[in-house]
Design a protein around this ligand. Structure first.
Ligand code: NAD
Length: 345
């Protein structure tokens, strides 16, 4: 890679999309060390905003920005040389197009797997023990425990799909509750097996789990893995938790399974159509997405708005890795966290 004209790389102009107040606060504070020239755009990156990138070498994007082939072509025409994803997933980036236009893509591969693992646990405990409902009741002077009954986690079988950094952290944590943890991954982890976690094929996991937690990435192979046919193999009343990516679940099939009580509990931090909803305050607007409204109508569904990553520790790690990624690019060093085309398969 060619070395850029400033040895510190601090002339680099960065177009930062989908900015929230906490992004600006954390990035401005840690950018003091690098002094990159960052412009914070509140709008998401998509086909209509891609031309804002004219004159920027680096684009910094997040989970719901759209970096499809049209956007990538526009970025290339505007002189963008690198896309710095400030997240682990890159399913919203057309990696083939970025290769074609010689735009590098970097990401933050790990920033605090415990943050997401612990949020998955929060969804399980809330759905099960109904603390969100109890909180509201007691605040209103209703001290009845009627309809708040849960179940013991100890002794239940928990199926973990994907035992990379987050899945492994989750598996170890839930094992501490006395659960029997089974797992499925393309690459089973020896260290998890040594901790008593048993690997099975997907069908066996579907058949024997009381709780299923998804921690694999969204790829063509994993898209809609929770669908009518996989649901038919599961126990009646199964709890499904998804903190990974929305499209792992075929939402229309899951809605049907909630209606016919195949699914007993659903906890999701991600949603197939989340890009038009999540991270925004829409409380004064008419929500046009009928599916999320229907999901919200079930008493046994808990939805959070892609907040599993949102801890102070994770934010600090995301920001420092993203700035380090941009620094490596700016001084022509090898890119530690570059996304390769093989990873997108
Ligand atoms: P990772 O790369 O460490 O682990 C992913 C694991 O999934 C790997 O072990 C891989 O072998 C496995 N896998 C891949 N394809 C599979 C398949 N077909 N079947 C079974 N397993 C398969 O990633 P990670 O850091 O643990 O993150 C997992 C996912 O969590 C990310 O892809 C991202 O989508 C999501 N995530 C969500 C949030 C949030 O805030 N909700 C935050 C960070 C990451």
């Amino acid at each position: 890679m060619t070395k850029r004209n400033n040895p510190n790389g601090n002339h680099i102009k960065v177009a930062f999309f989908s900015t929230k107040p906490y992004d600006k606060e954390y990035f401005e504070s840690l950018n003091i060390e690098y002094r990159f020239n960052i412009t914070f755009f509140e709008s998401a990156l998509n086909q209509s905003t891609a031309n804002l990138c004219l004159g920027y070498e680096v684009v910094c994007a997040f989970v719901n920005d759209n970096l499809d082939s049209t956007v990538i072509r526009k970025l290339a025409n505007n002189g963008v040389k690198m896309i710095a994803m400030r997240c682990a997933g890159f399913n919203n980036v057309d990696i083939k197009s970025s290769m074609q236009y010689e735009i590098k893509v970097v990401r933050v591969p790990a920033y605090s797997p415990e943050a997401i693992a612990e949020h998955s646990l929060a969804l399980i405990l809330t759905l099960n023990r109904k603390t969100h409902k109890a909180y509201n009741r007691v605040r209103e002077g209703n001290f009845s425990v009627d309809r708040l009954m849960g179940f013991n986690l100890a002794g239940k079988t928990v199926g973990v799909i994907g035992t990379g950094k987050i899945g492994a952290a989750f598996a170890k944590t839930i094992k501490g509750f006395g659960c029997d943890v089974i797992a499925h991954d393309l690459y089973p982890s020896k260290s998890l097996m040594e901790k008593g976690i048993k690997y099975t094929d997907l069908d066996a996991l579907f058949e024997s789990s009381d709780i299923i937690s998804l921690h694999c990435p969204l790829t063509p192979r994993t898209k809609h893995m929770i669908c009518e046919s996989s649901l038919s193999k599961m126990k009646n009343g199964v709890m499904i938790i998804n903190t990974s990516r929305g499209a792992l679940i075929k939402t229309s099939d899951v809605l049907q399974a909630l209606v016919n009580k195949k699914i007993g509990y659903l906890g999701i931090d991600v949603y197939e159509q989340e890009e038009n909803l999540f991270f925004e305050d829409l409380s004064e607007r008419i929500i046009q997405d009928d599916t999320i409204l229907r999901l919200n109508s079930f008493p046994n569904v808990l939805i959070t708005s892609h907040q599993a990553f949102f801890t102070a520790e994770a934010m600090t790690e995301i920001v420092s890795t993203t700035l380090r990624n941009i620094h490596e690019f700016s001084v022509g060093k090898p890119l530690t966290n570059e996304v390769s085309p093989e990873m997108a398969r």
